[in-house]
Design a protein around this ligand. Structure first.
Ligand code: NAP
Ligand code: F7E
Length: 341
């Protein structure tokens, strides 16, 4: 039977890759978009001509719009990727973060419980929920499905509320509801205010500066916050595959999705500079208190053994490939803009 999926957050990084994957698998895809005053569909522009993709306006904070969409489309699968997803911003907008990222998920769960109990549901949980907690085994430090949660930001608290709500609705109402506890995943389409994209966009700018004959003195500078935080960075294309696999399982469950490797922000910075042949980044980078957070998550490294065994999932894109793909893309973007301009 042909399947229909509703994707909340289709205009985001993951939403765009998930839409590609579902359309490739011959799904009818209904993407929920917010009404905004300027365009927000850039990441899915290349999919717009596909007759199996429809876009519908709705907002996660508006129960009635969710109800209308689910009743109208009667999907087999719902993916909730919508969120106020920037951790730093959640310290400045904690209430909005909770309304969208926490309560928004509950709005969907309530609609499904009351009106569409056979629809399978995916919730985008996050490694941020672990905060400063980890599991230590021998010399290894990591997080897995059994690690304690100690969230360190309003974003993470909202995600944890949504995570527990999803588990509770699964247990209490027998919903097929699964959570992917996804560690950081980046891509060519990553939003410009996340650290990886901020770095690779800057590297592209620096590269073109030197290519045009600019000297070191007039080179732009990069302002960053904490360089010591460690993250487990994968590629979004790999991670959306895991989302889909979870909903194909007979039994709903929660899974850690990660690469099993950790690198500091400094490592990412160094690797990015190395792609353009610069070994010492320090001349070009300044630490700026504006980008430090009131509370930080110091170390994330995911153990994805459960996803490997149960879902047969493995990440395909390595750390160095991720860095070079992002840098190459950003350089190409600048060149294309210059050609058009
Ligand atoms: P993203 O690029 O920031 O996309 C977020 C999406 O949510 C966008 O489509 C955005 O719409 C939409 N949205 C925001 N507020 C909304 C609202 N009130 N109603 C409806 N839609 C709303 O995030 P991402 O990186 O793709 O991440 C996808 C999901 O996974 C998010 O829930 C994120 O928190 C979670 N997550 C991400 C990572 C990661 O490393 N990327 C890791 C773990 C979990 P606009 O385009 O209109 O802004
Ligand atoms: O920060 C440090 C910052 O904003 C990574 C989201 O997708 O992944 C993401 O959250 C690290 C942090 O991602 C800057 O303090 C230093 O330690 O790229 P980020 P995040 O906070 O890890 C999780 C799993 C999600 O669920 C989230 O939705 O980098 N850092 N200097 C900086 N971060 C930013 N943004 N900007 C800086 O200038």
């Amino acid at each position: 039977m042909k399947k229909k999926a509703v994707v909340f957050g289709i205009t985001g990084q993951d939403g765009s890759y998930l839409a590609e994957l579902l359309l490739d698998k011959n799904y009818d895809v209904v993407g929920v978009t917010r009404r905004v005053s300027t365009g927000n569909t850039g990441r899915i522009a290349h999919l717009m001509d596909c007759p199996r993709l429809s876009l519908v306006e709705g907002d996660l904070t508006d129960y009635s719009s969710i109800l209308r969409i689910i009743e109208e489309y009667q999907p087999q699968e719902v993916y909730n990727l919508a969120a106020m997803s920037h951790v730093g911003t959640s310290f400045d907008q904690p209430l909005l973060s909770f309304d969208v990222t926490g309560k928004g998920c509950l709005n969907i769960l309530e609609v499904l419980r009351e009106h569409s109990p056979f629809t399978r549901f995916y919730q985008a949980s996050s490694s941020e929920m672990f905060g400063d907690a980890l599991t230590q085994r021998g010399g290894d430090k990591f997080q897995d499905e059994n690690t304690l949660f100690r969230p360190q930001s309003p974003y993470a608290i909202a995600k944890l509320a949504a995570h527990h709500a999803t588990r509770l609705y699964r247990q209490s109402y027998n919903l097929h509801a699964s959570c992917g506890i996804l560690f950081n995943h980046e891509s060519e389409r990553r939003g410009g205010r996340f650290v990886t994209k901020k770095i690779t966009k800057y590297i592209a700018q620096l590269y073109t500066h030197f290519e045009k004959g600019g000297d070191q003195e007039s080179a732009p500078l990069l302002y960053l916050g904490n360089l010591d935080a460690k993250r487990d960075w994968g590629h979004a294309e790999d991670y959306v595959r895991a989302m889909w696999l979870m909903l194909q399982e007979d039994k709903p469950d929660d899974y850690v999705i990660a690469t099993g490797e950790t690198h500091s922000v400094r490592d990412f910075l160094k690797a990015s500079f190395e792609t353009i042949g610069i070994d010492d980044y320090t001349t070009f980078v300044r630490q700026d208190p504006r980008f430090m957070r009131p509370s930080e998550v110091p170390y994330l490294k995911g153990n994805y053994s459960k996803a490997k065994v149960v879902l047969g999932w493995n990440p395909q894109v390595s750390f160095s490939d991720l860095v070079s793909r992002m840098v190459d893309y950003d350089i190409k973007q600048i060149k294309e803009r210059e050609t058009v301009g």
